[in-house]
Design a protein around this ligand. Sequence first.
Ligand code: NAD
Length: 283
Amino acid sequence: MKVLITGAAGLIGSEIVKSLVDAGHQVLATDRVEINPSPTVSFQKGDLTSPDFITELDFSCDAVIHLGSVPGPLHDTDANVLQNNVMGTYQVFAAAVEKKVPLVIYASSLSIYGTAWSGPWTSPEYAPFDENHALHHYESYALSKEVNERSADMWANRSATAFIGLRFPHTNTAEVFYEFRRKMEEGDQETLKTGAKILWCYLDLRDAANGILEILSKGAKGSATYNFAAPDTFAHKPTLDMLAEYHPTTEVVGHLPGYTSIFDCSQWLEDFGYKPQYLLDRG
Ligand SMILES: NC(=O)c1ccc[n+]([C@@H]2O[C@H](COP(=O)([O-])OP(=O)(O)OC[C@H]3O[C@@H](n4cnc5c(N)ncnc54)[C@H](O)[C@@H]3O)[C@@H](O)[C@H]2O)c1
């Protein structure tokens, strides 16, 4: 397939570019910063919020993977994060529809539920929690992800383009998660607090890439968003112990044995079937 990928210079984007090339796809990559040049990847540099750049960008493809966003609220002012993430995404979606691209896959975030970046301590209402859980925004990064999901719904309503949003948890290399767990084991208070805010959920970059390849191969219709994460946590203690310590108000409504993740990804598994394979070793 011919695939346009935005945010190609980033953490997740660079991993996905590699996987797309390895899987034999033709890759058109874009970012506002340069990527490492590769003879097999075409690259266009520019800002997704610029209408002129969107007009220049090559949307003659079978799918768009849209990752070009500021990945959190601490990188800029609230207003700039909203402007960048919402308008960049809106323009990518609009151009994909105009050029009749069949499929758009885009990054949403577990931050959409509001626990990760809220000022006041915010706990999930229930666990495990699915995509129907309420969204409690406190800052504009989470808000931008919700606006983008609604934007995808709107563009799907008025076109034949399918939109799939993935609510990624903390997505990184295995080394980063091992280091996280080591610091939690040592009792590092800042890491323990951060771990609880991101609900000890994780996804290895290679699984993020494999999940996206799975969507490309299965195809999609309409507009849908999915929780997509490893089935376990990176925490150093079992899930029910962690919940009791950090989120005692969360009502446990399902079976959470051992280190089971509280992020319910059953809809993803039902529709796309890809089970993350790069899980942390517990010895
Ligand atoms: N890594 C995570 O833990 C995580 C978790 C949940 C969701 N996400 C989402 O996944 C996506 C990719 O995240 P990442 O971790 O790879 O972040 P990253 O910062 O490493 O990559 C994002 C890329 O987008 C580019 N970009 C940002 N705004 C742009 C614009 N206006 N025009 C052109 N390029 C622009 C940046 O230059 C950067 O290379 C983001 O949408 C992020 O919100 C990431």
